[in-house]
Write a protein that binds this ligand. Structure first.
Ligand SMILES: [Zn+2]
Length: 348
């Protein structure tokens, strides 16, 4: 009886090894494995023939079945390894690298639209004679508020939602503290612009907690509002076109007196205030867009930096870089500048 089982085993093993050898890929090998070693496989089925064996014969027969299973198992494993190696070799030879071929080159990056806008603003003002000054983004209360005529408890502090750090330090809410730092170091005459990042607690589609300004300051003997008007009108017409309407409205800032807000004719509706569907949404029907704040430097600011306000006068202005870029390029959501979406950035 045991001899019959051995004959069956030999036949199955021969068959299995032949099929393993023929299987050319992983799927075929798996089919062979299931056929011979699976739960319903041929080598498992042979165990059912054990019922005819005597109790003495069973252990030896069981050992033979297991030894056969192990050999078939090993053969499959070896074949799997060689099939995988063949697949890998085929893939490599299909992707042979010809290092003598010309390369495609690296795609060139380009300047971020806000950096480009900042440069354009600085170039325009630079041509009028302003030079660039720099200051820290982490400021103290004195330079950000007090020296700019915003003492503690001044209601103007509520106009700017400030990120406070500690020990009287804060993230600057405007580029105006650079004015103070420059005037503490340099005597008039001076003409400076200070581009840079500023921070306020504000986040919606027209406000970002971090945004950019360009500050301007001109101080000398005999500087008056006409100089301010000339510089800003020239700057805005360079930026938005030579025929752009520009108007000055009275306003209030703690560090300038008198103060003005400056508007340009709406770039969306051409100043008409109306679109085909009704009131222009961008200028809300007024035909004007507020573009920057400016004014004559308050004598109280000069006193903080030790300038003689009887002798010197000056003007200052602050431009929002995002604001100008949004209007110039028709962008309705400020957050697009900071999302780093290439589909947006590549348009510039
Ligand atoms: Zn409009």
């Amino acid at each position: 009886m045991a001899d019959t089982i051995q004959q069956q085993l030999d036949a199955i093993e021969q068959d299995a090894l032949a099929q393993v050898e023929q299987a050319g890929d992983a799927a075929l090998l798996e089919a062979v494995r299931v056929r011979f070693l699976g739960k319903k496989g041929e080598l498992t089925a042979i165990l059912r023939g054990f019922g005819a064996l005597s109790a003495d014969e069973r252990p030896a027969a069981g050992k033979r079945v297991n030894a056969t299973k192990q050999r078939v198992h090993d053969a499959i494993a070896r074949r799997e390894a060689s099939v995988a190696e063949a697949v890998r070799a085929a893939r490599l030879s299909g992707h042979q690298l010809d290092v003598t071929l010309p390369s495609f080159g690296s795609p060139a990056g380009h300047i971020h639209p806000l950096a480009a806008m900042t440069r354009e603003i600085c170039d325009t003002l630079g041509a009028l004679g302003f030079s660039i000054a720099d200051g820290p983004e982490i400021e103290d209360d004195y330079h950000n508020f007090e020296a700019l005529n915003i003492p503690p408890e001044h209601p103007a502090r509520d106009m700017q939602d400030t990120f406070f750090i500690e020990d009287g330090l804060l993230l600057r809410t405007h580029t105006s503290p650079v004015q103070i730092r420059v005037m503490q170091e340099v005597q008039p005459p001076l003409m400076i612009i200070a581009p840079g990042a500023v921070y306020r607690i504000d986040d919606d589609n027209t406000h970002s907690p971090m945004f950019h300004q360009v500050e301007g300051l001109m101080v000398d003997e005999g500087i008056n509002f006409a100089h301010l008007k000339y510089v800003l009108t020239t700057f805005l017409r360079e930026t938005f076109g030579p025929d752009s309407p520009v108007r000055f409205r009275p306003s209030y800032f703690p560090f300038t007196e008198p103060s003005a807000e400056v508007d340009i004719g709406c770039v969306i509706c051409g100043g008409k205030g109306r679109s085909e569907t009704g009131n222009c949404r961008v200028c809300k029907g007024t035909g004007w867009l507020e573009i920057l704040g400016a004014g004559m430097v308050d004598p109280a600011v000069f006193e903080h930096v030790g300038y003689d306000s009887e002798r010197y006068s000056g003007f200052a202005f602050g431009v929002g870089v995002e604001r100008i870029a949004m209007l110039k390029y028709g962008i309705s959501d400020i957050r697009l500048f900071f999302a780093n979406d290439q589909r947006f950035l590549e348009q510039f």
